[in-house]
Design a protein around this ligand. Structure first.
Ligand code: SF4
Length: 313
């Protein structure tokens, strides 16, 4: 990995998209390119027009590099003081504050400290790195104001497959251990089952295992979403799986590039999660994030008939 630094504008931003999802009103992002380098990362497509890529001589859709802003905690501190309307902030929405390059600069912890120093703010932590557990001492001091989530993208028996598509994130087994620890320490938690890739993490038994797990960890809510097909996420994911010899998994990713198959995957995924939530928890705590534009009419109608737990986007 090549790690770049770059100074971004601002610290705490409004995030209408994440507010609509029910995740947070504000976002803090510690850089522009996350070093976890997940092949399905939709941030590459979302941020592709940023001038930083050209300035640093990199292509937005390339892999193998990260971009962090070492000065972000100072601007977060300024904004935390300056903004009159406080609310729920997510760290982060387009990168990961506990990715290796951000860890080196303690960006996750420093941003947390900056926000929590000001009354009125609450924080949603979202990461794919178990290193967040190093900061549970700080979070514990502000227990009521922080809710902790680690994205679970499969069951631990699929760690060897997920290592190919999430090359620098913690294995799911370690993320689970961190979430379990958070719960044992009395921290507030939520479930983030996202993305659940076809052929890797979408079988009803796997979903049951994940739902049961987050329930046991005291999850206040459970968010879930299908893989986002923006940019080159599907082609890159298929390619690395094929190169690593996971041919059946690569075929499953390839198949959902066809709209009808994509739509069937999303419906089946939602219905499995909804069923699992009904069995183990309640759909009142489910937030299945759903963009209806890619759904076939009959699939959209099937979901509409019983859409308890859907957040229509
Ligand atoms: S952890 Fe999240 S932000 Fe980082 S590369 Fe993976 S999907 Fe993108």
């Amino acid at each position: 990995m090549k790690n770049f630094t770059y100074t971004l504008g601002g610290g705490i931003h409004r995030s209408p998209e994440f507010e609509k999802k029910g995740l947070a009103e504000y976002a803090v992002n510690v850089g522009l390119r996350c070093g976890h380098d997940c092949t399905y990362c939709s941030s590459r497509a979302m941020l592709r027009c940023h001038t930083a890529f050209q300035e640093l001589g990199r292509k937005a859709f390339d892999t193998g590099y990260s971009i962090v802003d070492p000065s972000i905690p100072e601007r977060v501190a300024e904004d935390a003081k300056r903004l009159r309307r406080k609310g729920l902030v997510q760290i982060c929405t387009t990168v990961d504050a506990w990715a290796p390059e951000a860890q080196e600069l303690h960006l996750g912890r420093r941003c947390l400290e900056a926000i929590l120093a000001e009354p009125g703010w609450t924080v949603r932590v979202l990461t794919k790195n178990a290193a967040v557990a190093d900061d549970f001492d700080l979070i514990r001091k502000h227990r009521e104001r922080v809710i902790v989530g680690l994205s679970l993208t499969g069951t631990p028996d699929k760690d060897h497959v997920l290592a190919v598509v999430e090359p620098h994130a913690s294995p799911v087994s370690e993320r689970m251990a961190a979430l379990r620890k958070a719960h044992k320490l009395g921290l507030r938690t939520y479930g983030m089952l996202c993305p659940l890739l076809p052929g890797i993490a979408d079988a009803p038994a796997q979903i049951d295992e994940l739902v049961q797990f987050v329930k046991d960890c005291g999850a206040e809510e459970v968010f879930s979403e299908a893989i986002n097909a923006r940019g080159n996420s599907l082609t890159l994911t298929e390619q690395v799986l094929r190169d690593a010899g996971f041919l059946a998994e690569a075929d499953s990713i390839s198949a959902i590039r066809k709209r009808t198959v994509w739509s069937q995957y999303v419906v089946a995924l939602f219905q499995s999660i909804q069923q699992s939530m009904r069995t183990h928890m309640t759909t009142e705590k489910l937030r299945f994030l759903l963009y209806p534009s890619g759904l076939a009419d009959k699939d959209r109608r099937a979901i509409k008939k019983d859409d308890a737990g859907v957040v229509w986007l």
